[in-house]
Design a protein around this ligand. Sequence first.
Ligand code: NDP
Length: 341
Amino acid sequence: MPINQQILLDNRPMGEAAASNFMLVSSDTPELKEGQVLVHHHFLSLDPYMRGRMSESKSYAAPQPLGQVMQGGTAGEVIESRSPKFEPGDKVVGMGGWQQYSVVDVDKADQPGALRKVDTTHVPLSHYLGAVGMPGVTAWYGLVKIIEPKVGQTITVSAASGAVGSALGALAKARGCRVVGVAGGPDKCAYVVNELGFDDCIDYREHGNALSLSSALQDACPDGVDGHFENVGGMVLDAVLPRMNAFGSVALCGMIAGYDGKPVPLTQPSLILLSRLKIQGFIVSEHMEVWPEALKELGALVGSGKLRPRESVAHGLENAPEAFLGLLKGRNFGKQLVKLI
Ligand code: NDP
């Protein structure tokens, strides 16, 4: 059995996460028992939610235990099988964690995040960790089930060039909406408009405060905003709320601006009342019932070229911590992955 490189959570962050929170180790891969398969990971997904699990503060999920392999989504290939459900050569996605190989108990494969086969004929394997995976379904759920867009409405999204934001744009365009993104920097904004097909994108870094950003949003959204998909919090949300139309909806997906401990205050909560807004937080893994329908639409969008997701790829497991810390600072440009082979 192969030697397996793994990254463990060694200690919890005090304030900002740091490379010293992680530890790289090597271990033997155990022999397979009946009902188990050995998966060789080709890609590891790095996701903002991992920062929350590194801490012990209140959350919807249990903290990542210390001294254990960091949890995370993986895409790879079955290389040995003692289960009739999988054969060597099957391409699979699962929650293999920050390591090169995982041994998976296939009988538990009905649980959320458990191992499933994927078809790489039209969709590259890595996209099953992004647009045609958890981030894509996240966009789908927030848009379809919370915002409930109608043709001709205006939808805004923060972190628009990212894994979730890029999928959100394609899904909203497919529903006949005007879609306006907010992203950091001219390159990301150009990609959002030219490659992803958004109607407009505002570079929030050009705006020193929420008032200025809100004024730019007013220009980009002349009919106001009917639905907003929030990934960041803080200044962006403060800028969007004054632009929301009466009875608009906000899908509160993430508040990455605060994940490393910075406060993300909301300066005008009275706007929620004045505009009679619906604001709903959600966690995608609690809505497994929508995954098949969402993945079908997302797969078709990617397969047909209507959604061209971008990826930031770090190489080698040892570079996962730096890539993860970069994700928390907005250094990624598109879905952040680590290539492990
Ligand atoms: P992205 O690929 O969008 O990467 C994160 C992006 O956030 C950065 O590239 C950066 O883009 C942006 N960002 C804006 N402000 C900050 C800031 N202050 N610090 C750091 N980054 C910032 O990530 P994902 O698409 O994977 O995730 C997007 C959001 O969705 C996250 O908040 C995540 O937690 C959330 N999420 C929620 C889920 C749920 O079930 N509720 C499931 C999956 C994701 P820019 O340079 O444009 O600012």
